[in-house]
Design a protein around this ligand. Structure first.
Ligand SMILES: Cc1ncc(COP(=O)(O)O)c(C=O)c1O
Length: 386
């Protein structure tokens, strides 16, 4: 249905090997209780796509549509903002201000003087920074966000509207990550990163616990026989790992997980091929800005390494075709939100991939459209391009 596009598919030889518990169940219970208590919380819709399923030759195709999440336009609203609340609560406890402040208390401004003295920061390609900025505003902290060169003015404005100071950094997303860490150290700020590395795992773990709610809702909303496959897009891998953990917790057997990345930023696929987390070189020049990451998140990798059935890399053209396809079905999905659909439709059109992934007319596929038109001007340009 998408037309021919080149793609890579790598079957994970380590699927099913034992590993550490990356996201403990108690942490998710806390995240769920907090986030579902926030003003404006509502589950996002799980949409049935029978026409696309029929045309693709698969049994069921359902898409969790995150465009309306907390008015921020992406699933990232669940992660960064939750991590900000948790970070503020632990910092208030450490400073002897409040032993266990809840996000409701923080939002109500119960500890204003103390929270105003705390600055949170992160690097972002758009959506994570928007969530952190929104969380900082909601819970009354100061916020400085670092963006790399390729982040569009539309995305920068979307962050700045929540009162954050936005600073541009030369280079890629990974350069912005390093600059945020450097400035935080120099100024006593707190990094709320969506990616983890040795020695920095607690905050990104909270971010991922927040993301799990998206998959948890999808499991609640799913009707009939459980999904057989999930195609999930990957940047640093945190979202895919959170989906993996939650679907493993909710479905037995768990659906086969296929992680899909842009072919110009496929660090998870490269890591799977090498058998250990590795960075990919280059300028990561893809329109899928949220997925333009060159280094996997350590925590995410620990889950994906053993729970992913296969890794795929797809070109930008396939993502644009998917945005148009969904638009024709009345669904607004941004360029980083459709990579999973692109992977699915490219795989079903390829006999060898179908055989490898056991994909066919009886398959029930779950997808996550992780963003809507988070950059409306770019969305219009791509959807109306020839
Ligand atoms: C819309 C969207 N989808 C998916 C992702 C991928 O998430 P992760 O970097 O945790 O793999 C991102 C990351 O920014 C995103 O913005």
């Amino acid at each position: 249905m998408l037309g021919p596009h080149p793609f890579s598919l790598f079957v994970n030889p380590r699927l099913g090997t034992p590993g550490v518990v990356v996201l403990p169940a108690a942490g998710f219970r806390r995240a769920k209780a907090e986030i579902t208590s926030w003003a404006g919380y509502a589950p996002t819709p799980l949409r049935d796509l029978p026409e696309i399923a029929h045309a693709a030759g698969i049994g069921v195709l359902r898409l969790k549509d995150e465009a309306s999440r907390f008015g921020l336009g992406s699933f990232k609203a669940l992660g960064g903002a939750y991590a900000v609340a948790n970070l503020l609560a632990s910092e208030l406890a450490r400073r002897g201000v409040a032993a266990a402040a809840t996000s409701t208390e923080l939002a109500a401004g119960l500890h204003l003087e103390a929270t105003h003295a705390i600055t949170v920061t992160c690097a972002t390609d758009g959506n994570h920074g928007r969530s952190v900025a929104w969380g900082a505003q909601r819970f009354h902290a100061r916020c400085v966000i670092f963006v790399h060169q390729a982040v569009s003015p539309g995305r920068i404005d979307a962050i700045a509207q929540y009162g954050a100071e936005v600073r541009r950094v030369p280079g890629t997303y990974d350069d912005a990550v390093r600059e945020a860490a450097r400035q935080a150290k120099a100024n006593g700020w707190f990094v709320v990163s969506d990616t983890s590395y040795p020695g920095y795992t607690e905050v990104p773990r909270d971010v991922m616990q927040g993301y799990r709610l998206m998959a948890d809702e999808a499991a609640d909303q799913w009707r009939g026989e459980p999904p057989t496959h999930v195609f999930m897009q990957g940047g640093v891998g945190g979202a895919a790992a959170a989906v993996s953990v939650q679907l493993r917790a909710r479905f037995t057997p768990a659906p086969a997980l296929v992680v899909v990345e842009p072919d110009r930023a496929a660090c998870l696929l490269a890591s799977a091929e090498l058998g250990e987390p590795t960075a990919v070189p280059g300028d990561l020049d893809t329109i899928m800005a949220g997925l333009a990451c060159g280094e996997p998140s350590l925590l995410a990798w620990q889950e994906l390494d053993r729970a992913t059935t296969a890794f795929m890399a797809v070109p930008d053209e396939a993502a644009i075709a998917c945005m148009k396809l969904l638009a024709a079905h009345g669904i607004v999905a941004g360029e980083s939100g459709v990579a999973g659909l692109a992977g699915c439709l490219l795989a079903v059109a390829d006999q060898a991939a179908c055989a490898t992934l056991a994909l066919g007319s009886r398959s029930r596929v779950l997808l996550f459209s992780t963003e809507g038109a988070t950059d409306p001007a770019l969305y219009d340009l791509l959807v109306h391009s020839r």
